[in-house]
Design a protein around this ligand. Structure first.
Ligand code: LMR
Length: 394
């Protein structure tokens, strides 16, 4: 039966992990997959996470099933984190704990397919490399709206509004809540307000993917666009991830929140989402949710975690400055100042795929073919070599 199957190309982002690991050059630099790294180039377990895991080891007295929605306390705490403390138990929102942000996207896509198969999901051009395969693979019809102008290295906001202003009522719009992946370029508050007005007037349904909450300007500030949209529209989807801000990557923990028009609609959405999960993977794994739940529910641990998120964000900003300054010296006549204006882990370097290949082959500098770099891979020790290598391929 399997003779009909053909081999699939390896995922472009995940392939970089093993390519980098197999490279024996001491000066190699990993700017590939989106994981945070500290000044030593490591991705350690957060101190708050370690403490929460210790609590789990001592306190947890059962591993019996939780149900398809996962841990209800985690779900309430995530609702508060994303939608604001006053909305932690809002009658229009149902939140499920999911296997990572990708799990949330899968369940959301299945829910949309059950509700309206004919709907179009408008995705930014460009978007996370797995958005189109994952959401398109689930059966959704996808179309792109303009987002980033590679020449001016800015958001194509007017073009974005123009496209979204002419799509059919009821269509979905995929938005990156903060730290747009791959460009790092986010809308400012005035632009979010204009967009929220357009979405509400044209009766579009926002589908927000917020995988980097806290890494742009702060936990509260980064959640602001989601809260703005929540107040503006009757229906909405929010997929969140705890991979980055809790550094729980391999524990696969995220959440899906779906907003209905009222309590009755919310109850139907909950029953549908639970049914989808039951028939997809039955129920989510608990460990990541147990950690996040303990951190968010414990004032001291939560404060410690918030400090750790602040430190990650501050380092990302510092590495952006460091890289731009080093490039100004090594690559005179080339302007990389847009890297400083971006948020979170990513920026486009703005070089060709051939130049990206040369950086990998000749200098051991790894990044995605689009020239997306993860600025967390920059350190005070490697920045000069990095900037010189980039300058050498320009
Ligand atoms: C990335 O974009 O590098 C991260 O979101 C990791 C992934 O799964 O692609």
């Amino acid at each position: 039966m399997f003779e009909n199957l053909k081999a699939q190309p390896a995922d472009a982002i995940l392939r970089l992990i093993s390519e980098y690991q197999n490279d024996t050059r001491p000066k190699k630099i990993d700017l590939g997959v989106g994981v945070y790294r500290n000044a030593k180039g490591e991705t350690p377990i957060l101190a708050s996470v370690k403490k929460a895991e210790k609590m789990i080891l001592e306190e947890q007295d059962t591993k019996t099933y939780l149900g398809s929605g996962g841990d209800p306390v985690f779900n309430e705490l995530m609702q508060g984190l994303i939608f604001g403390a006053k909305n932690a138990n809002h009658e229009r929102i149902v939140t499920l704990h999911t296997p990572g942000g990708s799990g949330a996207l899968c369940v959301a896509a299945a829910l949309v397919m059950r509700a309206r198969r004919d709907v179009t999901l408008w995705v930014p051009d460009p978007t996370w490399a797995n958005h189109v395969p994952l959401l398109g693979g689930a059966g959704l019809t996808l179309k792109a709206y303009p987002y980033y102008d590679a020449k001016s290295k800015t958001v194509r906001f007017a073009d974005m509004l123009q496209t979204l202003g002419s799509v059919a009522a009821g269509d979905l719009v995929l938005l990156h809540g903060c730290c747009h992946n791959p460009t790092g370029m986010d809308l400012d508050r005035r632009q979010w307000q204009q967009l929220a007005t357009l979405i509400s007037e044209r009766r579009l349904v926002p589908f927000v993917d917020i995988a980097y909450l806290g890494l742009a300007e702060g936990l509260e500030q980064d959640a602001w666009p989601v809260r703005l949209l929540f107040d503006a529209v009757p229906e909405m989807i929010v997929a969140a991830s705890c991979s980055k801000n809790f550094a729980l990557y391999r524990d696969r923990i995220g959440s899906l929140s779906v907003i209905g028009r009222d309590r009755d609609a919310r109850d139907i959405l909950r029953s549908q989402a639970h049914n989808i999960v039951r028939t997809m993977y039955s129920m989510p794994p608990d460990h990541g949710a147990a950690i996040v739940r303990r951190i968010l529910a414990n004032a001291a641990l939560r404060k410690e975690w918030e400090g750790e998120v602040d430190a990650m964000r501050d380092r990302l900003k510092a590495m952006r400055r460091l890289l731009v300054d080093a490039l100004a010296v090594s690559a005179k006549g080339h302007d990389f100042s847009h890297i400083r204006r971006a948020n979170g882990l990513f920026s486009f370097l703005g070089i060709s795929e051939a130049q990206v290949d040369r950086l990998k082959r000749d200098y051991g500098v790894y990044m995605v073919g689009s020239s997306r770099i993860n600025v967390a891979g920059v350190t005070a020790d490697n920045v000069a070599y990095l900037a010189e290598s980039i300058a050498a391929v320009l």
